[in-house]
Design a protein around this ligand. Structure first.
Ligand SMILES: Nc1ncnc2c1ncn2[C@@H]1O[C@H](COP(=O)(O)OP(=O)(O)O)[C@@H](O)[C@H]1O
Ligand SMILES: [Mg+2]
Length: 225
């Protein structure tokens, strides 16, 4: 079983939105998937409960129960555990990092998010874990041009030393609407730009998670789409 931790010390970065979308995408791709919600706000749990049991399994637990939940999930033959983490306390996020094969560090293209991401990336590195940064709620391209705020964020994030996924998640209404119905954007609006982003992001991070990636230096590349 592989474990993916979705992290950011910033509230509102998009952790829950991404966790839920990735967990459902993996489930629909045929992986036996569990979403471990260690955030006491239980936002991811609220979303998955709206599905009435159709979709990824759900574990509403504290960070302290992660280890035993992983053992149980492994024994139950699960393929993937996605952990949705709280912004605080930091120790809970670090416990998720410690148990992850891959950490997805969610970061909006803003000064405060980037400053926080630099510290989180350092913590992931210190704990010897693998990580990838995903830009979240980025403004969409205009006239096929990448907004300068995204280019600047990509440049600043190079200093984390952590690769940046070339697929960024844009600020799109579909991410808010779908989640209100317990659905991923791929189920809600198949073929939409939002659905395409999640599909392409999953295609990029799944090989990293499985340890099969051919490592490109993604940091130097601008985010696509
Ligand atoms: N890509 C996106 N586009 C538009 N709204 C988003 C996107 N990602 C998250 N949001 C919205 O931003 C808010 C915070 O997102 P959430 O996933 O709960 O963040 P976190 O779990 O990091 O606190 C929610 O209202 C959510 O609907
Ligand atoms: Mg959340």
């Amino acid at each position: 079983m592989k474990t993916l931790a979705v992290i950011s010390r910033k509230g509102g970065a998009g952790k829950t939105t991404l966790s839920v979308n990735l967990a459902i995408t993996a489930h629909l791709a045929g992986l036996k998937t569990m979403l471990a919600d260690i955030d006491p706000q239980r936002s991811a749990s609220d979303v998955l409960r709206a599905r009435n049991g159709d979709g990824p399994a759900l574990a509403e637990i504290t960070a302290g129960k992660l280890f035993s939940a992983k053992v149980q999930a492994q024994q139950a033959g699960l393929d993937l555990m996605v952990i949705d983490t709280p912004a605080a306390p930091e120790t809970d996020g670090l416990q998720a990092v410690n148990s992850a094969d891959l950490c997805v560090l969610v970061c909006r293209p803003t000064f405060l998010d980037i400053a926080s991401a630099v510290r989180s990336a350092e913590a992931v590195r210190r704990l010897g874990r693998k990580g990838v940064i995903v830009l979240s709620q980025a403004p969409p391209r205009r006239n096929n041009a990448e907004p300068s705020v995204v280019l600047k964020a990509a440049e600043a994030l190079r200093f984390t030393g952590m690769p940046l996924a070339t697929v960024g998640i844009r600020a799109r209404a579909a991410f808010q609407q779908s989640i209100a119905h317990g659905r991923s954007v791929c189920e809600w609006e198949p073929g939409s730009p939002a659905a395409e982003e999640i599909t392409r992001l999953w295609d990029q991070i799944a090989p990293m998670l499985m340890g099969r990636e051919v490592v490109p230096d993604l940091t130097a590349q601008a985010v696509q789409r």
